[in-house]
Every structure is written in structure tokens, then in C-alpha cells.
Ligand binder design. Structure first.
Ligand SMILES: [Zn+2]
Ligand SMILES: [Zn+2]
Length: 267
């Protein structure tokens, strides 16, 4: 089987021939490419993009691709004394990026918020043999890798470092809270527009808002978490639980809507 990368969205499939279609692009949240599907093998992906990283001297290393492939999610290496965690994923990891991860202690746990941010999770599995933890309701999207630990509502990877299912954007959408660092890895539960505006969505490309019950469930999932920094699958910003709950209150105060609102309370 060969891994194939969809250049429109960045999703990998393992298949016996070049795929005819991409399940992420044809899903109701996304849009297929106007000029037809294009897929890259790992060798082609290596020739078309580089992996960049920041924060290698801190506890949170962010990896991304330049040029971007597909929707361009980031991967986050969390350096933890009980074993490193890797959450979400860049579309491709070059040999120097894999070498960096190796030099920083490899990966004990590998997890992701949802299929838009799996990236080349299969590469990290192949290289570092981590324990792959994916929420049970999203397993149908995991054809390019194998899950060792399907989890249900939550899974504590190390003391104070916890995967929590939020549902919503995807049935198995999951966030990761690092209590000691007051940091939330929020996946696609929220989106930042610069550092002053925030939004939430069911489908970004098609501008589909969240339902009220889904927003209420998001609020329940985060209401007891303390954090002052949020890393989404694509971005990072200073942001507290109150800032996100304010967005959810706005969502629940009227008809479902797509689009940003101010992140901080208006003066
Ligand atoms: Zn795609
Ligand atoms: Zn998404």
C-alpha cells in the first residue's frame, strides 16, 4: 500500500493505486478542488515542501510546512518528563524534522483533535512507534495509520495532561489540556482571526455554523479548565476559558451563526 496525500486538503490515504477521490474533500464540511484531485506520494511531498519549526528550546515545539500543503495544520510536540506527546499534525515531516523530534526524546503518545489535523500521523507512527490514541467515534477516518488506544470521553496521558472529547466539529473532536502550563490545544473547536476575534464552525469552507446543542457541549467540556493560551490546529493566541465561553454565550443567544466576534469583553 502507498500513502497518498491530497493537495487540496492535506489528508493522507493508504491505497493500492492513486485514489479517485478524497473523503475529507467530499465531506459536507469541505469543498472538492475545482481542477480535479491531485495526490502526492511521500517522495513527491518531500520534493514540494519543507518542514519548519519554532520553540525547539521550549516545552511546546510547533511544526508546520512551507509551502503549505492543503489546509496547513500545525503539529505540536509537547515535551513532558513522563514522555513526549505529539498532538495534531503537519502534512509532511522532512528528515530533519524527524531528526529534531528524535533529538528531543521522540514521542510516547500520539493524538489528534480531528481528521483535518491528522497530517502525516502515519509518518510519526512509523518512525517513533508511539501509543496512538484516537477518539472512538472518529476511527473511520484513520485508514492511513493504526490506533492502539481508542478512547471514549477522556484519557489522561500523564498527570494533568488530558485528552477530552468535545464532539461538535466532528463526532470525535478532541481537545488536549495541559493544566500545569495553563495551555489548551483546542483543535478546530475555535478559530482565531488575528488575536482580537474568535469564531466556531461546523464546516469552515461551507460556512456551516454549530448547532446549539453542540455549542452547549463545547461549553460543558471546557468550563472547569484553567488556561491562558490556546493553540488551535492552525494558530495560537492568548485566550482564556472566559473568552471562549463568551463566544459560546453569543452563539446560544440567537440563531446559529458563522463568523467571528470580538475575543475580549468590549470596553
Ligand atoms: Zn482532500
Ligand atoms: Zn476542522
Amino acid at each position: 500500500m502507498t500513502p497518498y496525500l491530497c493537495t487540496n486538503c492535506g489528508f493522507w490515504q493508504c491505497y493500492f493505486a492513486v485514489p479517485l477521490s478524497c473523503p475529507v474533500c467530499t465531506d459536507f464540511r469541505h469543498t472538492p478542488p475545482e481542477d480535479g484531485f491531485h495526490f502526492l506520494t511521500p517522495d513527491k511531498a518531500a520534493a514540494e515542501t519543507r518542514t519548519l519549526w519554532t520553540g525547539e528550546d521550549t516545552e511546546i515545539v510547533m511544526l508546520s510546512n512551507s509551502p503549505r500543503i492543503g489546509i496547513g495544520p500545525n503539529g505540536y510536540l509537547l515535551r513532558h518528563p513522563e514522555g513526549n506527546v505529539f498532538f495534531d499534525g503537519a502534512a509532511y515531516y522532512s528528515p530533519d524534522a524527524l531528526g529534531l523530534i528524535r533529538s528531543l526524546g521522540g514521542i510516547k503518545w500520539l493524538a489528534a483533535s480531528h481528521p483535518h489535523a491528522y497530517g502525516a500521523l502515519w509518518q510519526l507512527q512509523e518512525k517513533f512507534a508511539p501509543i496512538v490514541a484516537i477518539q472512538a467515534q472518529d476511527l473511520s477516518w484513520t485508514g492511513a495509520f493504526s490506533t492502539a488506544w481508542p478512547f471514549d470521553e477522556s484519557l489522561e496521558l500523564a498527570p494533568g495532561l488530558t485528552l477530552i472529547r468535545t464532539g461538535g466539529h466532528f463526532a470525535g473532536h478532541t481537545i488536549l489540556h495541559w493544566a500545569e502550563k495553563k495551555t489548551l490545544f483546542a483543535g478546530d473547536m475555535v478559530k482565531f482571526h488575528g488575536t482580537s476575534e474568535i469564531s466556531t464552525h461546523k464546516g469552515f469552507n461551507r460556512k456551516i455554523p454549530m448547532s446549539h446543542a453542540e455549542v452547549r457541549r463545547y461549553a460543558e467540556a471546557i468550563q472547569d479548565l484553567e488556561f491562558d493560551t490556546v493553540y488551535t490546529s492552525f494558530d495560537a493566541a492568548p485566550c482564556t476559558c472566559a473568552d471562549i465561553l463568551r463566544l459560546f454565550d453569543r452563539q446560544l443567544a440567537g440563531p446559529p451563526f458563522f463568523g467571528p466576534v470580538p475575543m475580549k469583553e468590549e470596553q
